[in-house]
Design a binder for this molecule. Structure first.
Ligand SMILES: Cc1cc2nc3c(=O)[nH]c(=O)nc-3n(C[C@H](O)[C@H](O)[C@H](O)COP(=O)(O)OP(=O)(O)OC[C@H]3O[C@@H](n4cnc5c(N)ncnc54)[C@H](O)[C@@H]3O)c2cc1C
Length: 572
């Protein structure tokens, strides 16, 4: 029977991530839960075995319930009835199956009813569900909003809301408004304190809210009258049981049809403040979005896998000119690049998730258990910085790769790729939003570029090179080629930094960002190939060749760029 997890041993490989032992040690806090909960792990091996089991169950649900429902969900979509959103009928089946399988509130501590899974495993579940249906993955993975409530909410709020999410209630993050998209500082939804009822009231409109009729919303709103920037914004919890929010419209979209995108009207809706006022955008929403960005990176990897599977299966069957099309170099060029992007992108995803896990676990220990030692404080700082630098790279690059892989899956299908009966067209439509929501690729570059320009990423790259010991002559050869790429990259970085023109630096930043990602991913895939050549050596060979081609081209662009010509590039 198909299983979206066990069918792809490349996923399980990352359970052996070099940081996994440390992650489990921190997450399980000395395996203390084992005394209270018979399902809690007693040691590292037990914890990994638990992860495998939940991944196996999820792979089964994804392959045998969610994937078979995906076409019907795509065709039916959600609809509106008296201000309420009704999912496509098969979405209810998917929800039911994930609830029965215990796949809700999975990242939460056991004391609230969760499974205490680290982010790296949550990301694996996400990619497996997304491979089956990226639209459903949205509805499911929005449960990760609960991480932000857990981090910044009061103990009373934790006890009130977390068990509900563990039981399968849905969440949404209500940030965007008609005039506040990439620039969330412009949010205007009004929060006023109701002295009589001793609660906050929300009034205004939110737009493009995924799963917008959910049970529990995290809402960004302006609590400080007269302010215009991010410092006047706070984060609120809106509980649907209280009423006051209606769905005014559900968007008709190019893809992810099963995922409802709602316009919401808040009419004096009762809400609770989460954390302190004024920190809504600068602290809480940043945390919320970083988690969600990793969720989109996982969604992208899942869809990339499915696009590759579709392309491969078709190329194996289809014959032209008396031969299977998989034997034509032009076709295997596409397939090998798809696989290389998938494997390298996945490695970047789990590398980033591991960084996030370490610093988040240390933060949690400090918040709930004890003071950190000076060494632990250093460790926290180091991994937080790495997580901040890597998250926009993982989201930006994987979302672009998902689009490229979906495009190539259609190309491999020829005319059939354009026909609705084939899955590739849905993957292509679904993928398009990945590089837009949770911050467009351009905004991911804005988030990443400071770590590139200030040399943090170059330093990381050099440390990665140092720590690599290729196990084969192939790996050694590839590493030498990466050394050359690093030299070219360093030169390009120096050229950009020397430009005394912010517009010109911004203009070139996407190219520097791509080069950074490609070198990092080359190193990761070489590392993976050294450990499991049977899984990754081919992809390492293909990926490094591809990265070399691109890095050289971008370096030439930067070298030859004359800031005096910038006006020629302006549309107006
Ligand atoms: C299907 C869907 C689901 C969504 N789900 C949610 C959700 O659950 N919750 C939520 O709050 N929001 C959600 N959104 C909103 C989404 O996050 C925004 O649409 C997205 O962040 C882009 O904002 P915008 O549409 O206003 O585009 P704009 O900000 O107007 O951007 C337009 C263009 O300008 C570029 N641009 C803007 N600023 C800069 C800059 N500083 N530098 C370089 N380029 C720039 C952008 O990259 C883009 O190319 C969703 C949107 C869609 C379509």
């Amino acid at each position: 029977m198909a299983n979206y997890y066990t069918d792809h041993p490349e996923i399980a490989f990352h359970l052996n991530h070099p940081l996994m032992e440390r992650i489990v040690e921190l997450r399980e806090k000395g395996f203390a839960d084992a005394k209270e909960y018979d399902y809690a792990p007693v040691d590292l091996g037990d914890a990994i075995e638990n992860y495998r089991q939940i991944l196996d169950i999820t792979g089964d649900v994804a392959a045998n319930i969610i994937a078979p429902n995906s076409e019907s969900v795509d065709l039916e979509g959600p609809h509106l009835e008296n201000g309420r959103m009704i999912y496509a009928s098969k979405t209810y089946e998917n929800l039911d199956a994930t609830r029965k399988a215990g796949l809700w509130g999975v990242s939460m501590p056991r004391r609230y009813g969760g499974l205490n899974l680290p982010n790296i495993v949550f990301s694996m579940l996400s990619e497996v569900i997304s491979a089956a249906d990226a639209g459903f993955q949205n509805i499911w993975s929005l449960q990760s909003c609960i991480d932000t409530l857990y981090e910044f909410g009061s103990e009373e709020q934790r006890q009130k809301y977390i068990p509900r999410v563990c039981a399968g209630e849905g969440m949404s993050m209500d940030l965007t408004e008609p005039d506040a998209g990439s620039d969330l500082q412009r949010v205007m939804l009004k929060a006023t304190f109701d002295e009589k009822e001793n609660c906050w009231r929300l009034n205004g409109v939110k737009r493009f809210i995924t799963n917008g009729d959910s049970d529990i919303h995290l809402v960004l709103a302006r609590s400080e009258e007269g302010t215009k920037d991010g410092r006047g914004l706070s984060m609120f919890i809106y509980d649907k049981r209280q009423g006051g929010v209606d769905v005014r419209h559900i968007e008709h979209k190019l893809g992810i049809h099963g995922s409802p995108t709602c316009e919401l009207t808040y009419k004096n809706a009762k809400a609770e403040l989460c954390g302190s006022t004024r920190l809504g955008l600068i602290k809480y929403v940043m945390a919320l979005m970083n988690g969600a960005r990793l969720g989109i990176a996982a969604q992208s990897v899942g869809l990339s896998q499915e696009a590759y599977n579709e392309g491969l299966a078709y190329a194996r069957e289809r014959q032209q000119f008396g031969d299977k099309i998989i034997n034509f170099p032009a076709v295997y060029d596409m397939l090998s690049r798809m696989k290389a992007k998938l494997d390298a992108g996945r490695s970047l995803l789990y590398q980033t998730a591991a960084y996030v896990d370490i610093y988040k676990c240390l933060e949690d220990i400090e918040r709930t258990d004890r003071k950190l030692t000076p060494e632990e404080k250093q460790e926290l700082k180091k991994y937080q910085r790495l997580a901040d630098a890597f998250t926009p790279l993982a989201k930006g690059m994987n979302s672009e790769y998902a689009n490229q892989n979906a495009y190539d899956a259609i190309s491999i299908h020829g005319g059939s790729g354009f026909i609705m009966e084939y899955k590739s067209q849905r993957l292509y439509r679904d993928a398009r939003i990945f590089s837009i929501y949770e911050g467009t690729t351009q905004l991911q570059v804005v988030a990443a570029i400071r770590y590139i320009i200030n040399g943090t990423m170059l330093q990381n790259i050099k440390e990665m090179v140092e720590s690599l010991t290729p196990a084969s002559p192939v790996g050694e050869g590839l590493l030498k080629r990466v050394d050359k790429m690093v030299e070219i990259y360093e030169e390009a970085l120096a050229t950009v930094k020397a430009l005394d023109n912010q517009d010109a630096i911004d203009f070139l930043s996407r190219r520097l960002d791509d080069m950074t990602c490609e070198i990092v991913m080359s190193l990761l895939i070489i590392r993976d190939a050294a450990q499991a050549p049977e899984l990754f050596e081919k992809s390492a060979v293909v990926y490094v060749a591809m990265a070399e081609e691109d890095v050289a081209g971008k370096a030439a662009y930067i070298r030859n760029f004359d800031p005096a010509t910038l006006d020629s590039f302006r549309a107006e």
